[in-house]
Ligand binder design. Structure first.
Ligand SMILES: [Mn+2]
Length: 292
């Protein structure tokens, strides 16, 4: 039986310092659903896990922590009640800022041991002690790896083994964050390395590391991994990212790989309501991986 794509949205921007990416799920549905329909790909939209309240973003070392932890709990219940991760599903999460995918990946990892490939311009490997901003979307990968906010999110250990985590596309990592990453077994593939070795060679290494001893791989796409010339509507754009042609390489590299689930986050359509090009890019990327 072919898998049904199970779509869930998490329209929250509490993990970042800008409003707007709470509109990401709507923009992505608008771009993705016509493509799925056109290809007759079966999908079910389970709707959104919504923010419990609006957080005031008061200055702190981990802004909106209580509210984000509460949203995570709500999301976990939603995924379980709707059996989002049952075998006949291929789950896709639409964000939201990057902090929304913590409970999604935790739930995926509860079903089987997985590796994680995190496409991002940033490291997302800060902790409350070292983060320059206090924005939790920059701490979520560290939390998944067992550092920083893991306990605050209700977990006593790492969700994913460090050696099975790869970050791809970095070009803006904070100094202390970089030091912390060096002390771990997380694999970091910067844009500099991608430009030198080629995306295909880098992704083959990432797949080997994420797949080592695991039963599947989750891919997380922070849309700021792409160059702002093709993905301008993201919360924190950084020049020098992946290009349109790279979607083909990504799809090619993940063909016949055991992907368990996907997420696409940080689309901020409020930056330009007349254009939906960043969501359209994300939709083409998701479709290329689904069609594989
Ligand atoms: Mn990110």
């Amino acid at each position: 039986m072919p898998q049904t794509i199970a779509i869930v949205g998490m329209p929250s921007c509490m993990g970042g310092n800008r409003y707007g990416c709470e509109q990401g799920p709507r923009a992505l549905r608008h771009a993705l659903f016509p493509l799925l329909d056109k290809k007759s790909i079966p999908f079910e939209d389970y709707g959104n896990v919504t923010e419990p309240c609006v957080c005031g973003l008061k200055s702190s070392k981990a802004k909106c922590l209580a509210e984000i932890a509460s949203l995570h709990n709500q999301a976990t219940k939603f995924f379980q009640d709707n059996e989002i991760f049952k075998k006949s599903h291929f789950p896709i999460l639409l964000g939201g800022d990057h902090s929304v995918n913590y409970p999604f990946i935790r739930e995926a990892a509860r079903h089987k041991k997985i590796g994680l490939i995190w496409f991002d311009a940033h490291g997302d490997f800060n902790t409350p002690d070292i983060s320059p901003s206090g924005n939790i979307h920059g701490m979520v990968l560290a939390a998944l790896a067992g550092h920083g906010l893991t306990h605050s999110f209700g977990d006593d250990k790492a969700i994913i083994n460090e050696a099975n985590i790869c970050i791809v596309g970095t070009r803006d990592v904070d100094p202390d964050e970089s030091e912390l990453l060096k002390k771990t077994n997380v694999h970091v593939f910067s844009m500099k390395e991608i430009k030198k070795r080629g995306l295909k060679a880098v992704l083959e290494d990432a797949i080997a590391a994420a797949g080592q001893g695991t039963k599947g791989i989750h891919l997380s796409f922070d849309m700021d991994v792409f160059d702002p010339t093709i993905a301008p509507h993201v919360s924190t754009p950084v020049p020098g990212g992946l290009l349109k042609k790279d979607i083909k390489t990504i799809a090619h590299c993940f063909k016949n790989q055991n992907l368990t689930s996907l997420d696409a986050v940080e689309i901020n359509p409020s930056k330009n309501m007349d254009e939906n090009e960043t969501a359209e890019l994300a939709a083409r990327l998701l479709l290329a991986l689904i069609e594989n």
